[in-house]
Every structure is written in structure tokens, then in C-alpha cells.
Design a protein around this ligand. Sequence first.
Ligand code: FES
Length: 218
Amino acid sequence: MASTASAPATGHPPEATRRDFLYIATVTVGAVGAAAALVPLVDQMNPDASTLAAGGPVDLDVRKIAEGGQVVVRWRQRPVFVFHRSKQTLASLQSPQMTALLSDPNSEAPQQPPYAANWHRSLKPEFGVLVGICTHLGCIPLFYPAPSATTPVSDWPGGYFCPCHGSKYDPAGRVYSGVPAPYNLPVPPYRFVNDTTLRVGENDASAEAWNFDSIRQL
Ligand code: FES
């Protein structure tokens, strides 16, 4: 069963209020200025309003996500990124050049369920599932999956970039060293109901008791 707790792991109301503000501000800026870079599609299998309001599980047909693309679903009023990673992207996750840039390359901080404490931070390597809220002050990181010499910053290897204060995350949501964000992006509870249906909000059978509220920082 999905957890019914809805408070952020930090549990401090003043911070939650500020995060709410930043969340809204980032969406507004992104919608105006970076629509192509934002992950624009919210595509889930039509949960009814009461399910969303209660923070219940949300299903997604992963066949709708093109390789290299990302879909965002809403779970507990938060964006959840589902990234269909290419073989090239998966190779980058294990490259020494990439891991040398990261603060917690082995996911040692409790920012994910046990079944995502691995090099790809997920159940299936080809699908990354991340709560899309920066662990600094709560903005929504932008999706820049392709390496680039210039965008969003020079020598960009691909991943997520937070526009608020410049934090950077790799394609598995692992945070870079030397940026404001202190932790990797959280991984929510999720499982595959069958080969094609991903359910956000329920744990995989390997760790049914894992509680999302145990993560260190949202
Ligand atoms: S909120 Fe993301 S870097 Fe500050």
C-alpha cells in the first residue's frame, strides 16, 4: 500500500512555505523562458481527482516515453520525473569522468529506497524515477539530457540543472560537488505493475516497508 503521510521529510513549516513559493516561481519562469528545456508533458493514466488529492499511487505507461525523453507525473503534489535513458546516457552514469564530479556517487545518503541504491538509482536501468525538487531550496531542476559545450553551462555532460542557484545533477539525479544542493534528488517509492506500467507511490516487493518520509531531504 502507498504511504499516506504527506509532510516533507524536513517537517519545518516555515521552510515548506518558502519551498512552495519557489516551486511556483520556478514553474512560472520556466513556462515563459525555457519551455523547451522544461519537461513539458504531464501524462499519467487519468487518476481521478480524489486519488490525486489523497496522494494515492499514480500509474504511467512507459511505452509513451521515447528513448531520451522524459515525462512528468504529479504525485503528492510534487513533480516526479520519469526519464527513459538511452544506452549512451547509461554509459555516462558509470564513467569515471562523471562520477568524479559527484558528491555522493554511490547513493550513500538515504535519498532513495533500497531498490534504487545502485549505480542507476532505479529498478530498471533504462528508467530513472526522481522527485523533481532541488534539495537546496526546492526549485524544479530543468531537464538537459544531452551533453553540450555551452548549455546550460559550459562542458555540460547531460542531466538536470537548477536555474535558481546553479545546482547540477547527473542523469540519475546525483548531485555535483561544490554546488548549493547538498543531496541527490529523492527517489519516490515505485514499482512496475507489469512490463509497461510504472506505479509511483507504491514500493517494489523487495522493500514494501520503505517509507518515503525517511529520506534525509526533499
Ligand atoms: S533551489 Fe536549486 S540551487 Fe537553489
